[in-house]
Design a protein around this ligand. Sequence first.
Ligand SMILES: C[S@@+](CC[C@H](N)C(=O)[O-])C[C@H]1O[C@@H](n2cnc3c(N)ncnc32)[C@H](O)[C@@H]1O
Length: 278
Amino acid sequence: MFFENHITPNVNLQNADVFSALPTLQNDFFDVCIVDPPYGASTTKNWSYDENKKLQGFGGDWKLTSEMWDLLSQNDSFQQTYNWLKELKRVIKPTGSIWIHSTYHNAGFVNVCCQLIGLEIINEVVWYKRNSFPNLSGRRLTASHETILWVHKGDAKHRNYVFNYEASKEYSLPCDLLKERGKQMRTVWDIPNNKSKEEMQFGSHPTQKPIRIAERILTLCGVKGGNLLVPFVGSGTEMVAGLQFGMNVYGFELEEDYYKLAKKRIDAVANNPQTSLF
Ligand SMILES: C[S@@+](CC[C@H](N)C(=O)[O-])C[C@H]1O[C@@H](n2cnc3c(N)ncnc32)[C@H](O)[C@@H]1O
């Protein structure tokens, strides 16, 4: 096994299993946690799309995700979701909040586990992907959204989580046709699922998120100088966004190759905070 750490004054990136790493963290330490877990969406079927072809209107070449780390049984998916959410509740501050990405494969588990554990749901955001992956079988609709739950560990009497309301109103993104500057932000975010050359410059990850999502989350509840936790690092997108926002970033990645990719992206920003990767 490879296990390595990359630790600087504002970065703590570990090539580690989240289930052994989370228990080492102290209580009530993090201001924000962004979770992009395995969805259990991988298929062992060998579907692929001819990469030489372009699909009109879908903006590029596509291939299906089939990753070992994403092949979870239903029982494992539920049990693991419960276990990491319980730990996240322990380490998040009462003023902090947790954002959890999901699709229909795991969204039900995430929602039920939050309710079982006592994490109050603040909002359910729909990330609308207008250039989403086409349905290859022609047997169902093209899935064009993901769900992001925003939760905190208080209750109706203790809603102390940070919400940068004014910043949320001021926020706008040229590609988001649903958000006007000066208007309240809605729960549907129109963010095309493509990454810039800069975001991909050190390599690719099969489920890399566009950095604009993490950037928006931090606009809503980021704390300058505060602590951001990213339990499933992947290529490091959320940690990069956290550094650029001015937070101390902590994250775990099991796979050596993705750990190395994330380290490169993080180093590029840490060595030059003005570098824009989006
Ligand atoms: C959905 S991806 C995250 C992608 C990330 N948001 C990005 O933009 O690159 C989930 C990642 O979690 C990692 N992972 C899966 N199980 C893990 C575990 N038990 N501990 C640490 N990392 C794990 C996988 O290797 C994968 O890279």
